[in-house]
Design a protein around this ligand. Sequence first.
Ligand SMILES: [Zn+2]
Ligand SMILES: [Zn+2]
Length: 250
Amino acid sequence: MENIWETRRMKNGGGTVMEERCQRCGAALTGGNSEEGDLTLCVKCEERYLAAKQSLQSEFVGVAKIEKGMTTILEGLHDAFGLDLEDVNFKDTPRRVARAYAEIFRGVKDTDKQVQRILGTSFPAEVKEMIVVKDVKAFSMCPHHFLPVEYDITVAYISNGKVLGISKLSRLAEVLAKRPVLQETFTEEIAEELFKGVEALGVGVWVEGTHYCMKMRGAKQVQAKTVTSAIRGCFEEPEVQAEFLSLTKG
Ligand SMILES: [Zn+2]
Ligand SMILES: [Zn+2]
């Protein structure tokens, strides 16, 4: 099997002229090329390579900071409240927390790009009825207390000739939920992105949030849910709004 990382040299005519190619994509290196370490890359691949390297470096340094911070938090909990840090279960806790945060927040940097990609996959269809996706679950962190929030989301829209795959609606909500923003902001963002992204006639978004900062502390409202909604376009019309609301509750 051919190794794509191996420099491919193409023979030209009688085999005397050698042409060098990008080790990543195989493009002929006419004009600019660069040597990144041991790699010979075309300009485009070099750009991608440097971006990936930069992103890996930032994550490497950032996750180490989270781990250090978690160590300090545990020490604080020990000093203030006598948490027994000798317990073997705490041995690797800072590292586990750092890894968990990395998993939870990875991708947040590219939210806009991901949203564009999701909305870029619409296809033409003549659907006049309201399209509704219910019971979409997503998780977030509340920006005030940094405790988990569980979202239960309903997204609806009336198409103006462009339709998104159903899975894209839940994906849109998931991607936007990753950022630790207020529930009100999150709800508005889904509505706004969908309204603009598929040039819909109207959009309605209904979000029920279970905030652990309310369940576990403060008000200790174990059952309380925070409800927010956002509408755009024809969803302002009373009949459309009534249909949307009946669907969110039905
Ligand atoms: Zn290339
Ligand atoms: Zn909170």
